[in-house]
Ligand binder design. Structure first.
Ligand code: G6Q
Length: 556
């Protein structure tokens, strides 16, 4: 038994779970007309309604007791103070400093990092304004019309979700593209849409050693030089964002065109740093700073609101309730906003890379479930696909629904339809449909008794499926910043409770070295036999196809 599962607080929750597991939310709503007021909390225009959860006041109290014994408040203070919360890499995790709009000093190893952060923000402002106004042009004097971000993982997902979501704030005539996959198709299909003279490439890599990114960067550079015929033009069309200056200059990027950040910024927490350069270029630096402000306001709320009214803490606690007591394996995220379509992909990395861990901070194997599988899709599309399993499947899937009250594209009845679908789903998931209701419905529709006998059980919905609804006025940079920071802190709190390090990613690092050997094996004809038989078989299949004739080799 670990300290966590052995604690009186954990045992009390286990006992409480038994008592509550047969209670239906429908009854909880019937018994308490103020349930919504009681179980909702807001910050600025963001309202979190968590009343459709399988909780009572007692549940919340017991979960908060658990939070307290894991010293969430102390860990939170350590993170904000720049202490080495990333214990396996002995580093702080200071994404909160990147958006510290109060400018209060933040110390790392005795040095206030705010002047450095502000200097990079000024450089981003200067650069993005020059590009957007047309003062900074391509090598032949034409305006930059396309930005291509080449990066992967944390150097892609954050800026990508924000640029997609912030399309209404983009400058007309400026497009942004994201190339991440080692599959050349990603780069090739992107380049087909572009002219080198009007394209600016941002090579985004914290380490500047990531194979996929360097491969894409070199291929993009070759495409550019082949078309333009002048190596010197590269300086006007390639910039880098990295912590590794040696590697960026080796690649041939002028040091003036390198936007720096620091090793105390984790990849998946880096969109607030210079990794956000594509955002600043696309929507302008004022809007990028609004995004930072929104995140900062969520940071302040997280730092100061009492645990019971603290949005990230509440989301974290509910996640733990389902993950560890209902054994829910996954958590779904459904943005009812086309602009937020990529949010689930972004949250997959944030959550699963942070809390997909088995070893605790005392180097012991945990004996409880840690991070859930995150998945989801934008509404209403998901309704016509996988929602069936949410309604009538055998697996518990707690879910977050996100929706703006107003659309960026008011058109006829669209938003009203979207909005009612979102609420109809959370309502149905909570209420379900009783046997008597299904019967009444079938009788009303004139079904025969055979038809009723044959189908009625299938038309009953258990309900009692938990959801959170996050509603906000309109999707703008500030609100988006707050929502993204909300999830960052939720993940942090869960990591603290599970006693794991949410800021390392040894699985990712392992992946970075794994492919090297196989790549060597693929270079020469002739079968290999020094791997397991499955890997040998697959390598040899590819070799058989590839080395069959010269024409095929040209395809690589
Ligand atoms: C994020 C991870 C990982 C990382 C990528 C790209 O937290 O560390 O997703 O962002 O592997 O790394 P580079 O930015 O160093 O290329």
């Amino acid at each position: 038994m670990s300290d966590l599962t052995d604690s009186a607080e954990w045992k009390a929750l286990k006992k409480h779970f038994k008592a509550i597991s047969h209670v239906h939310m429908r009854d909880l709503f019937n018994e308490d007309s103020e349930r919504f007021e009681q179980f909702s909390v807001s910050l600025n225009d963001i309202l979190l309604d968590y009343s459709k959860n399988r909780i009572t006041n007692e549940t919340v109290k017991l979960l908060m007791d658990l939070m307290r014994i894991t010293n969430v408040e102390k860990h939170r203070a350590r993170m904000f103070a720049g202490e080495n919360v990333n214990c396996t890499e002995s580093r702080p995790a200071l994404h909160v400093a990147l958006r510290n709009r109060s400018n209060k000093p933040v110390m790392v190893n005795g040095e206030d990092v705010m002047p450095k952060i502000n200097a990079v923000l000024s450089k981003m402002r200067d650069f993005s304004e020059r590009v957007r106004s047309g003062r900074l042009r391509g090598y032949d004097g034409r305006r930059i019309r396309s930005i291509v971000n080449i990066g992967i993982g944390g150097s892609d997902l954050g800026p990508h979700v924000v640029c997609d979501a912030m399309k209404p704030f983009a400058q007309r005539g400026l497009k942004v593209h994201f190339v991440s996959n080692a599959d050349a198709t990603h780069l090739v299909e992107t380049l087909k849409q572009l002219e080198p003279e009007t394209t600016l490439f941002i090579i985004s890599s914290k380490t500047f050693t990531t194979q996929e990114t360097l491969l894409n960067a070199h291929s993009a550079r070759k495409w550019f030089v082949d078309l333009v015929g002048d190596e010197k033009a590269v300086a006007k069309h390639f910039v880098a964002v990295s912590t590794n200056h040696e590697a960026t200059s080796k690649f041939g990027i002028n040091p003036d065109n390198v936007f720096e950040f620091w090793d105390w910024v984790g990849g998946r927490y880096s969109l607030w740093s210079a990794i956000g350069l594509p955002i600043a270029l696309y929507i302008g630096m004022d809007h990028f700073e609004d995004l930072l402000l929104g995140a900062h306001e969520m940071d302040q709320h997280f730092e100061s609101a009492p645990l019971e009214q603290n949005m990230p803490v509440i989301l974290a606690m509910l996640g733990i309730w389902y993950n560890n007591f209902f054994d829910a394996q996954s958590h779904a995220v459904m943005p009812y906003s086309q602009y937020m379509e990529r949010l689930p992909a972004y949250l997959q990395q944030l959550d699963m890379e942070s809390n997909g861990k088995t070893i605790d901070r005392q180097n012991q194997r945990v004996n409880y479930l840690t991070g859930p599988i995150i998945w989801g899709q934008s509404g209403t599309n998901g309704q016509h696909a996988f929602f069936q399993l949410l309604h009538q499947g055998t697996k518990p899937v707690p879910a977050d629904f996100l929706i703006p009250a107003l659309s960026q594209n008011p058109l006829g009845l669209h938003h009203r339809v979207l909005f009612s679908n979102c609420l109809a789903q959370t309502k149905a998931l909570m209420l379900g449909k009783k046997y008597t209701e299904a019967l009444e419905e079938m009788q009303g529709a004139g079904s025969s008794s055979e038809e009723i006998d044959g189908a009625i059980e299938h038309k009953v919905f258990e309900g009692n499926k938990p959801t959170n609804t996050i509603i906000f006025e309109r999707l703008d940079p500030k609100t988006l910043g707050s929502i993204m920071a909300l999830y960052e802190h939720k993940v942090f709190v869960q990591g603290v409770v599970w006693n794991i390090n949410s800021f390392d990613q040894w699985g990712v690092e392992y992946g970075k070295v794994l492919a090297g050997e196989i790549q060597q094996d693929l270079a020469q004809p002739g079968n290999v036999d020094d791997h397991d038989s499955s890997t040998n078989g697959l390598i040899n299949y590819r070799k058989g196809v590839y080395f069959q004739d010269v024409d095929r080799r040209k395809l690589d």
